[in-house]
Ligand binder design. Structure first.
Ligand code: ZN
Length: 396
């Protein structure tokens, strides 16, 4: 399968009369309005889909770049719309019919690093040097509970970070992943490392963050885990599950996972009664399939961690009562179980050894970044041609 996706046909050689167009998914866009706008058939491309595919169409995030392949009469021949950083919707026409499938995203991953001598604040200086709010916010979030930047950092202190960035069709794509961040306070370096478990630790191997989020339902059984896109061998389909499902009886109270502002209270076909809450550090939580909302709660309301915001139900496309709990960071779905409160346990001897290995490796990266005085390089500007894959369409 993988091989098929790597064999790509360029448009210029195969489709002389068609053109690739790039668009950004707008804040008010929905999948159904998208279909209507481009005169695409809603029956084949939405109403005939199964439950999971229908829900997937609600996971398209505002701001995501998508591509259309159109012919000279403006008819859409194909569309590629990312659902997360691994899976995308692929719409294509064949013999005057339209088809829907989810396929893996072809992306490239690069590890980059840079160092900056501070002039203002870590956030401002990173934005000034890189133009990336995302890099600035993951750096600041890493040190959130360890260092008070305003008080402890002086002009001339140095910061450095090593991170991984995905590129899709030559453009930066999705949130960067921080490997290691270093910032000096009075000339003394402080480090934060992302360990194999996806959690940030300091030099001593202690969890560096007071976790922002708590579990929205206590003592509930998890009936489905997070995954970004797995091939289902029986259905022969790629499936993503952009959250965690907690099975619980109808009416069980659902609690806000952290302090924040409610940005959405309403109904959608797939997720049913849904609430979205925006938190600090660019996190957004989503609570779906609810029976009902807490009285008086509306978009714009402020909630505290632990406040009841609604009740478990099975509205939308749900087979039984459960809470679908989603977590997004900078517009990308991430595994909620990596961010909800975990018991602060000591690392085992084996875990500590593995952590120390990662730490030594990352310290080496930081050292060479500092030695080389590596500046940020914008590799995303190396725009390449847009490709559509034709080989993954089912054979007749
Ligand atoms: Zn779910």
């Amino acid at each position: 399968m993988k091989l098929l996706f790597t064999i790509l046909i360029t448009l210029t050689t195969t489709l002389l009369a068609s053109e690739v167009q790039n668009y950004k998914w707008g804040s008010g866009d929905t999948y159904l309005t998208f279909l209507e706008n481009y005169s695409l058939p809603t029956k084949e491309l939405y109403y005939d889909l199964d439950k999971e595919d229908k829900i997937a169409t609600e996971d398209i995030m505002r701001g995501v770049n998508y591509q259309l392949l159109v012919d000279d009469t403006s008819k859409v021949l194909q569309a590629l719309i990312p659902l997360n950083d691994e899976l995308q919707i692929h719409i294509y026409s064949k013999d005057d019919d339209y088809f829907f499938q989810t396929i893996p995203i072809i992306s490239e991953t690069k590890v980059d690093s840079f160092t900056i001598k501070l002039a203002n604040s870590p956030y401002q200086d990173i934005v000034d040097q890189t133009g990336s709010l995302k890099l600035a916010s993951i750096f600041v979030a890493a040190f959130e509970n360890t260092i008070n930047f305003r008080r402890e950092i002086k002009k001339g202190d140095t910061l450095a970070m090593v991170y991984e960035q995905k590129y899709r069709l030559g453009r930066e794509f999705s949130m960067p992943t921080l490997y290691v961040a270093m910032v000096e306070t009075n000339g003394k370096p402080n480090y934060i490392y992302q360990n194999e478990d996806g959690i940030y630790y300091n030099e001593r191997g202690e969890i560096a963050k007071n976790f922002l989020l708590s579990t929205p339902i206590q003592n509930a059984r998890i009936s489905s885990y997070f995954n970004k896109g797995r091939f289902h061998p029986i259905l022969k389909k790629y499936r993503a599950h952009q959250g965690v499902d907690y099975a619980a009886p109808t009416g069980t109270p659902i609690k806000a996972s952290g302090d924040g502002r409610v940005t959405f209270v309403g109904f959608s076909k797939g997720y049913g009664n849904t609430i979205k809450v925006k938190h600090a550090s660019n996190y957004l939580t989503l609570y779906a399939h609810m029976k009902s909302f807490k009285k008086g709660l509306r978009s714009g309301s402020y909630v505290k961690k632990g406040d009841v915001i609604g009740y478990v139900g099975s509205t939308g496309l749900a087979t039984g009562p459960h809470l679908h709990f989603g977590l997004y960071s900078g517009g990308t779905a991430i595994d909620p179980l990596k961010v909800v409160e975990v018991a602060k346990k000591e690392m085992s001897k084996k875990e500590k050894e593995a952590f120390n290995k990662i730490k030594n490796l990352y310290n080496g990266y930081i050292q060479s970044t500092l030695t080389n005085e590596a500046l940020f390089i914008d590799t995303a500007s190396m725009e390449r041609e847009c490709y559509f894959s034709f080989l993954d369409t089912p054979k007749t």
